[in-house]
Every structure is written in structure tokens, then in C-alpha cells.
Ligand binder design. Structure first.
Ligand code: NAD
Length: 498
């Protein structure tokens, strides 16, 4: 489906596909699909002012009523699931199943947020003073700035937006400059959900289109108490510091360098399937992509052999075609980074299988690659970096302690997994001395998390948590209140004053 047909199906004015200078192209074939207008600094200023006004109104709407708006939005997502999925495929290059899977993730988080809107609970705490009560309340924060990456061009916003909105905040979303159409589509459906909804203020959710400088302006603005930024570690290092400088809050969801440990007791059928999906799904362009595998030495030759066989049979091609499992890289720069990683691995003694461009005749302006396996003899410095492409480093190990230490040796700490049928190995991996990642799985790969759990990672991944569990607290401010219903004024700690 073309961008114009998708916009038409969503009821979006397709004049907006040609009303600016910013060229948007599809990674499927490199063809231009739109020229959109970016926001000027003045337009950003106006949107910020509207966001502040919208917040002042929205925070007074009862939370369960706020949840009803998200219910309406979720219904629209259900209705347009296939069309939105097709737009993700067109703009980000995901295969159809993954594009629609991303929309399903948005639907799921809407359901979660609707329930959450009746569960924004605090605690009551025993006071040390007679006839006093002590309680904790959670209040809305203000306009929430969402900066998102190209590889989850809709869902990352939805994880943030749905929670932020039921928590009583307004939204300002700066999507990746590579995927503005996905943002326009989500914003359009959100506006439709708001139409006729009593109490939803104009400006509750807005999109601001722009590049790095727009992200910087948001990060620096004191009117935006929370910035939730998803992207590379390099971006997070800058955004995190800028937001901290003005004492703002940030949720940072940054790069991953995720590993799977396969022990000798593992069910290798499961392990192979999980590794292949984790390493080549979304053409290796997920934050949770499996980038390293550590295999116990006695099963390493068998596992490497099976991985090579699976890689040789991978259907690579147009992500819209049924049967394709590996679509294109996002752009030429991503391809150059993959080539560089493979070159360095070869120079350092790694054995590289696969890699290189394919389908270049059919798609001279797009970047389809053979996913690469690298068998590492010793240390491969490059395995410490996140190369955002299907590059999988494979190492053999002798002891589980050694495997866990190697897994944890990288700067990032997002997702990790162990494949084992030995309960002691599994528990060892999950213990305080085990995986140091925000996500640790047993007999489940590194990618494809459910929305019910809190999602995020440690160390250079930024420490943020989004989505399920109690991640909602990140979008609210905590207030501790002490109430005296006595006729006296006893002081805490038994202090006598006067
Ligand atoms: P990127 O860092 O290039 O860009 C991400 C966003 O940040 C874009 O909107 C960009 O315009 C903006 N940006 C870039 N520099 C900025 C700056 N200095 N100040 C403010 N804004 C800035 O990332 P990308 O290439 O779009 O996405 C890939 C990266 O995102 C990978 O590293 C991947 O692991 C990471 N990612 C992480 C998660 C997660 O949840 N941990 C999820 C998806 C993607």
C-alpha cells in the first residue's frame, strides 16, 4: 500500500504527504514516499504553550474517565490494525507480521492503561504520632516529552502515551525523523478518539516533527518535567545530562547488547529457534536483538552448525511479501556500520559466515543483507558495541560463571536469556550474582517482551522502565502527606520545642 492509500484509509489528509521539504523514503526500495513539513522553533514554542494549558485542564479529570479516552483510542487501533501495520512496514521496513505485532502491542498497552486508570493507588503508613495519619498520593506531573527511535515508530510512543495520559499528563511527541508518517497516523487516531470526548482539551497530545535539535529543545525546557527518550546510548548520554541539569526527570530506554547463554543441558531445538528469531528478526534492528551467544563447549559445534543451517535458509526480501522473514536495513548508514563490524571482526580473528548485501539488482537504493554469524576465538572488541544490524557473535565457554561474567562485561544491560533444563543453572542466572540486565529470561529469547512487565535495562541502557508493572509511577509525582486530627501538635522524633 502506498503512503497516500494508507493516509486515505485512515482518513488523514494526504496533502500532508507533500506539504514540506523533509524527504521521507521507504527502506523497502529507497523510494521517496513523502515530503513533510518539520516544525519551526516558533511552532514548537506554540505547541509547548498549548501542552501546558492542556495539562492544567486534564489533571482535573478523574483518572477512570481519562481511561475511557484510552479505551476509545484502543478501539481505533483495533479497527485500523492492518493499515497501521502496513505503514510501519512501509516506513520502517518491518515484515507484515512484525508491523502488525507492533500495533497489537499498542492495543495491549491501551487495555493495560484502561485498567490502570482505576488503580493509581498510594499507601497509608502508620504514623508515630497519636491521632495522625500519614499517606502517599500520586499526582500528575505535567507535559511529558517523548523522544522516540525509528525501529518502534509507534509502540514506544504508545507505551509512554497511554500511561502518561491516564496519569493525567499532556503529551508532546518528537518521533524519529526517519518515521514521521507513523507519528502523524497515531496522532490523527488519537485526535479522533478525542473528538466529542467531554473534557479532553485541545493540545492534550501533539506531535512535533524535527531532528536532533528539536529533541534538544524539548530536553532543555523546564515546562516539560519528564522526558522519556528512546534511542542510542549516545543520544541518551546527551539527553539525560541536559534534563538532569535542569532537575527534570527522565526515562531513558537506550541501546542493548543482549546475550543468550546455552548450557549443555539445553533443549537445542528451542535455543536455535529463539536465537534465530532474536538475532535476525526486524533485521537485527531491535533494542532487544540477540547480539551475542555463549554456548557450553561440548554443545558448541552442534549449535553453531545448526545456526548456520538455519541462516542459510532465511527468506530475505520485500517485507510486504508473504514468507519473508528478514526485511531491509533502515538505510545506507546502517549497512556501512554492519560492514565495519564484520571487517573489524575478521581483523581480530573472528570467523564470519554470511554478511554482505543481497538483492542489490532489484533494489539498488535499499539495503538488504545476509545476516552474519561470527565465531569468536578470543575476545572480539566489537562485540562490546551495539551494531544495529543482524550480526551475531558466538562464543564457546567452559563454566557458567565464565559465561555470566562475559555476558555482563559489556556496557549495556537490557535483555538476557539462558537456555537450560537444569533448575540450578536457571536460578544461578537469575540470582543477584547472575545476569545484570533489566530483563532476564529462562528458555525464552531476548526479544519480544510482553507489556505486562516493566520494560527497560540497566547501565548504559539508561535505567528507565516503561510499560507494565508499576512503571506508571515514572509519570507521576509522589506526595507524602501527614494529617493531624488531634488537638495537640506533637513533633516527630519526640522533639520538644518551647
Ligand atoms: P537515535 O539515538 O539516532 O535517535 C533516537 C531519537 O533521538 C530520534 O528521535 C532522534 O531525532 C533523537 N535524538 C538524537 N540525538 C539527540 C540529541 N542529542 N538530543 C535529543 N534528541 C536526539 O536512535 P535510532 O537510530 O532512531 O534508534 C536505534 C537505537 O534506539 C538503538 O540504539 C536501539 O537499541 C535503541 N532503542 C532502544 C529501545 C529501548 O527500549 N531500550 C527501544 C528502541 C530502540
Amino acid at each position: 500500500m502506498s503512503a497516500a492509500r494508507i493516509f486515505e484509509a485512515l482518513g488523514l489528509d494526504h496533502g500532508r504527504l507533500t506539504d514540506g521539504d523533509w524527504v521521507v523514503s521507504s527502506p523497502i526500495d529507497g523510494a521517496e514516499i513523502a515530503r513533510v513539513a518539520l516544525d519551526s522553533p516558533e511552532a514548537l514554542e506554540a505547541k509547548l504553550a498549548r501542552s501546558v494549558e492542556a495539562f492544567a485542564q486534564w489533571r482535573t479529570v478523574p483518572a477512570p474517565r481519562r481511561g475511557e479516552l484510552i479505551r476509545r483510542f484502543g478501539a481505533l487501533l483495533r479497527k485500523h490494525k492492518a493499515t497501521l501495520g502496513a505503514l510501519i512496514t512501509l516506513e520502517a521496513g518491518k515484515i507484515t507480521a512484525e508491523g502488525e505485532g507492533e500495533v497489537q502491542e499498542m492495543i495491549d498497552i491501551c487495555d493495560f492503561a484502561v485498567g490502570l486508570s482505576r488503580q493509581l493507588y498510594g499507601r497509608t503508613i502508620a504514623s508515630e504520632r497519636p491521632e495522625h495519619s500519614l499517606r502517599e498520593t500520586w499526582h500528575p506531573l505535567g507535559p511529558v516529552g517523548v523522544i522516540s527511535a525509528f525501529n518502534f515508530p509507534m509502540a514506544v510512543w504508545a507505551w509512554n502515551a497511554t500511561l502518561a495520559v491516564v496519569c493525567g499528563n499532556s503529551l508532546l511527541w518528537k518521533p524519529s525523523e526517519k518515521t514521521p508518517l507513523c507519528a502523524m497516523a497515531c496522532q490523527h487516531l488519537f485526535a479522533q478518539a478525542m473528538a466529542g470526548f467531554d473534557g479532553a482539551p485541545d493540545g492534550l497530545s501533539q506531535v512535533v516533527l524535527g531532528g536532533r535539535e528539536t529533541g534538544v529543545a524539548l530536553a532543555d525546557d523546564v515546562r516539560v518535567p519528564l522526558i522519556s527518550a528512546t534511542g542510542s546510548c549516545a543520544m541518551g548520554r546527551q539527553v539525560g545530562a541536559r534534563v538532569a541539569q535542569r532537575f527534570g526527570k527522565s526515562i531513558l530506554e537506550l541501546g542493548g547488547n543482549n546475550a543468550i547463554i546455552v548450557t549443555a543441558s539445553a533443549d537445542l531445538d528451542l535455543a536455535v529457534r529463539a536465537i534465530v528469531f532474536g538475532a535476525v528478526g526486524t533485521a537485527g534492528q531491535r533494542c532487544t536483538t540477540t547480539r551475542r551467544v555463549f554456548v557450553q563447549r561440548e554443545v558448541a559445534p552442534v549449535l553453531f552448525e545448526r545456526l548456520q543451517q538455519a541462516y542459510a535458509a532465511l527468506p530475505i526480501g520485500d517485507p510486504r511479501e508473504a514468507g519473508t522473514l528478514v526485511g531491509p536495513l533502515i538505510d545506507a548508514r546502517a549497512f556501512a556500520q554492519m560492514e565495519h563490524a564484520l571487517q573489524v571482526a575478521r581483523e581480530q580473528g573472528g570467523k564470519v559466515v554470511g554478511g554482505g548485501r543481497v538483492l542489490a539488482d532489484r533494489y539498488p537504493d535499499a539495503y538488504y543483507v545476509l545476516p552474519a554469524l561470527i565465531e569468536g576465538g578470543g575476545a572480539l572488541d566489537n562485540s562490546f558495541e551495539e551494531t544495529f544490524a543482524p550480526v551475531l557473535y558466538c562464543f564457546a565457554y567452559d563454566t557458567l560463571d565464565e559465561a555470566i561474567a562475559c555476558q555482563n562485561a559489556v556496557p549495556q544491560g537490557l535483555s538476557s536469556a539462558i537456555f537450560t533444563t537444569d533448575v540450578r543453572e536457571a536460578e544461578r542466572f537469575l540470582a543477584a550474582t547472575g545476569s545484570d540486565c533489566g530483563i532476564a529470561n529462562v528458555n525464552v529469547g531476548t526479544s519480544g517482551a510482553e507489556i505486562g512487565g516493566a520494560f527497560g535495562g540497566e547501565k548504559a541502557t539508561g535505567g528507565g522502565r516503561e510499560s507494565g508493572s508499576d512503571a506508571w509511577r515514572g509519570y507521576m509525582r509522589r506526595q507524602t502527606a501527614t494529617i493531624n486530627y488531634s488537638d495537640d501538635l506533637p513533633l516527630a522524633q519526640g522533639i520538644r520545642f518551647g
